[in-house]
Design a binder for this molecule. Structure first.
Ligand code: ATP
Ligand code: MG
Length: 410
């Protein structure tokens, strides 16, 4: 960057503007100007053409959000960074969803501001180069967890929904759950959300989408910060190509820390892609003969397609003490360690009738506790995932779920 980046401060609070101006100068950046919210912001930004817009936000967020949105209309390539005295996550989230690139706690340190401005400009520059075809689009940044299983009705959606909610509840990071079941999409009902758009819309608009638009394609869960990318209708699925769906997933992974893919029980090109694109595959099976047998067959197919089993973690679901089939037996059959067991728990079924996953309706039930612990294990894995997307060895965890969701035998 040859010239010193220049900054426009947008803030309704004159005192805060004054303070921020000092910080901009102390950080070695140049001031382009300052103004208040609304149309004044859009017209000043158009006139001054700053490199970066630095905006003060506070609740109520309606006006700041409107201002961010109109600035993006007039200045789509100018990054907006926001600062605030609030530490309220909801405010942070609203600003980020509206399109802010970074959220800085006030008082802002000059060094923090400088780093944030330079990082935003670098991202913008990379985006421009990518659009001009000068650098290939980057690999997914977030962790992609594919919840796979070689059969229907074995608990894939149950594991996906509970895991996603547990992760969204426990982490400060963002989580998007994607309904990739090309049969019947269940997740919107399981989470009681009413999506206005589906993955079909995201794929259709893929070439025009900016990072800040993503929020318009997902549905927001009522009780947690989880976002759901709802599944297309059966007819819409037929119009989608798997490579485009993959691009959509990679786009989501660049925008969320964790993307969870719920899959169907069939082995088709779409599901192979879901396994291929994953940082980690949670392979769900029950102890039933048919489920284990189908898993063996599916693994054989995937190995033939050069898929490495390193990323697979077996999750044995709905395990009951009278099953008679021990994890060790399944392990031997699959030639793969069983990573996690989730107990059979009638609260899981009851939660379906209550319209929310068990981790919300019955968080102390054995299955919910096991799934919450699984989320903890996954979140550790996400943080430790290596640059090439492969996972380091996961620590096996002892579940607190009455011993029922205990770690599987090694
Ligand atoms: N650990 C569990 N204990 C008790 N019931 C469970 C458990 N896990 C799942 N179930 C129940 O099993 C049924 C099937 O679960 P789910 O819909 O998650 O399976 P699926 O693999 O996603 O099926 P499909 O392939 O049809 O989408 C549901 O009624 C669910 O409540
Ligand atoms: Mg399902």
């Amino acid at each position: 960057m040859a010239k010193t980046p220049c900054v426009l401060i947008v803030d309704a609070d004159i005192q805060a503007r004054f303070e921020t101006k000092q910080v901009v100068r102390a950080s070695g950046l140049t001031m382009a100007g300052e103004c208040g919210f609304g149309m004044e912001a859009a017209s000043t930004a158009s006139e001054l053409q700053p490199d970066v817009i630095l905006m003060g936000v506070a609740e109520p967020m309606e006006r700041p959000i409107q201002t961010i949105e109109s600035l993006q209309t007039f200045m789509p390539e100018t990054p907006i960074l926001v600062y605030s005295v609030t530490r309220d996550l909801d405010t942070v989230r609203k600003a980020m969803m509206a399109g802010a690139r970074d959220f800085l706690a006030r008082p802002v340190k000059p060094e923090t501001l400088r780093n944030s401005v330079l990082a935003a400009l670098l991202t913008e520059e990379k985006k421009r180069l990518r659009q001009m075809g000068q650098i290939p689009s980057s690999a997914s940044a977030g962790t992609i967890v594919t919840v796979f299983g070689a059969k229907g009705g074995i608990g894939k959606s149950t594991v996906s929904a509970n895991l996603a909610v547990a992760l969204a509840q426990m982490e400060r990071s963002s989580v998007c759950l994607v309904d990739l079941d090309d049969g019947f999409a269940d997740l919107a009902d399981m989470l009681d959300v009413k999506p206005e758009r589906t993955l079909f819309d995201l794929v259709r608009d893929l070439d025009m989408i900016e990072r800040e638009d993503i929020g318009r394609y997902v549905a927001h869960h009522q009780f947690t910060p989880l976002d759901l990318m709802a599944g297309p209708s059966l007819l819409d699925w037929r119009k989608l190509h798997r490579d485009d769906v993959r691009r959509a997933i990679e786009l989501l992974a660049r925008n969320y820390d964790t993307v969870i893919l719920d899959t169907s029980g069939s082995m088709n090109e779409l599901m192979e892609m879901a396994v291929e694109v994953a940082t980690i595959v949670l392979w769900v099976t029950t102890t039933e003969y048919a489920s284990v047998k189908d898993s063996i067959e599916a693994m054989r197919v995937l190995r033939r397609l050069s898929f490495s089993p390193d990323r697979v973690r077996i999750v044995m679901n709905a395990v009951s003490p009278d099953d008679g089939v021990a994890p060790a037996v399944v392990q031997e059959a699959l030639q793969q360690r069983v990573f996690w067991t989730v107990p059979y728990d009638k609260k899981v079924r009851q939660s379906t009738h209550l319209g929310q996953p068990a981790v919300i309706t019955a968080p102390n039930s054995p299955a919910a506790r096991s799934l919450i612990d699984l989320a903890r294990a996954i979140s550790g894995a996400g943080a430790g995932a290596e640059a090439d997307g492969r996972l380091p060895a996961l620590k096996w965890k002892q579940s607190r779920a009455n011993g029922a969701g205990a770690r599987a035998a090694e």
